[in-house]
Write a protein that binds this ligand. Structure first.
Ligand code: NAD
Length: 256
């Protein structure tokens, strides 16, 4: 049995990925997120798939809480084999109005937390000669769009962190990869759909085709199951030579 820690896994992509791992029945799962019913969400997945779970509401902005979450996970399950840095937030605004506190929160949650958590699991992964770190970046880790300065800086940053950890982890069978999704219909994106509809004065259903999916060749939202399947592949024992990559799963957005 292996143990996986997935940040931001009581919603959206993180929850979808957790379910794909749960289905295999080969992983204990450490859930994390700020949803107030997070413990119930984690318990429900554990019950549905018959796997052991833990829940922590550690805040990505608090390094002490992150270290405690890792230590609690190791106390409960013995080790952490796979870390998925997934928690993230967005804020859309032109640079001149971009609130300073939003910049700091986005860099802290989307990027710096991955540094703290990778550092916290590193020693154990090294000792066990096995580790898989997967960062949920974004198509915006590879290309930019306007009005998302902090988000795009954070996602380009995490692609850089991914490459560095891949090099440092190589002697110890620790791999590190980034998954770069296009648009996925989660609460994070539902909020943007409403905002964009207002900004462009069009209906919410038009936002998908006229605004969001314009850059994707495949005019479909990416599914959380697809992302979960990719994460499972990256986490496998047999994937030791897949490292340092930033894999777009973006309907061809980055092909252009
Ligand atoms: P979501 O809003 O559904 O989930 C985000 C999760 O992060 C939630 O569980 C939330 O509680 C948690 N979180 C936020 N701030 C936190 C904090 N300070 N401490 C602890 N947990 C915190 O969003 P999502 O769409 O599932 O996004 C997950 C990741 O995928 C993010 O990193 C996002 O940037 C990335 N992503 C999303 C899309 C998309 O289209 N939805 C596309 C590319 C990348």
């Amino acid at each position: 049995m292996k143990t996986i820690l997935i940040t931001g896994s009581t919603s959206g992509i993180g929850l979808g990925i957790a379910k794909e791992f749960a289905k295999t029945k080969q992983y204990n799962i450490i859930f994390n997120g700020l949803e107030t019913n997070g413990a119930e969400i984690a318990a429900a997945v554990g019950k549905e798939f018959g796997v052991d779970v833990m829940f922590s509401n550690a805040n990505m902005l608090n390094p002490e809480e992150l270290r405690n979450m890792v230590n609690e996970g190791i106390s409960k399950f013995g080790k952490i084999d796979v870390l998925i840095n997934n928690a993230g937030i967005q804020h859309v605004s032109p640079i001149e109005d971009f609130p300073d506190e939003k910049w700091n929160a986005i860099i802290g949650i989307n990027l710096t937390s991955a540094f703290y958590l990778s550092k916290a699991v590193w020693k154990g992964m090294k000792e066990h000669k096995f580790g898989r770190i997967i960062n949920i970046a974004s198509a915006h880790g590879l290309v930019a769009s306007e009005f998302k300065s902090a988000y795009i800086a954070s996602k380009h940053g995490i692609v850089g962190l991914t490459k560095t950890l891949a090099l440092e982890g190589a002697p110890f069978n620790i791999t590190c990869n980034a998954i770069c999704p296009g648009y996925v219909k989660t609460p994070l994106v539902e909020k943007q759909i409403a905002d964009q509809a207002k900004a462009h004065n069009i209906s919410e259903s038009e936002v998908a085709s006229k605004v969001m999916l314009v850059k994707q060749a495949v005019k479909e939202f990416v599914s959380v199951e697809t992302l979960g399947q990719m994460a499972l592949l990256l986490a496998a024992e047999s994937s030791s030579t897949i490292t340092g990559t930033a894999l777009p799963i973006d309907g061809g957005w980055n092909a252009q």
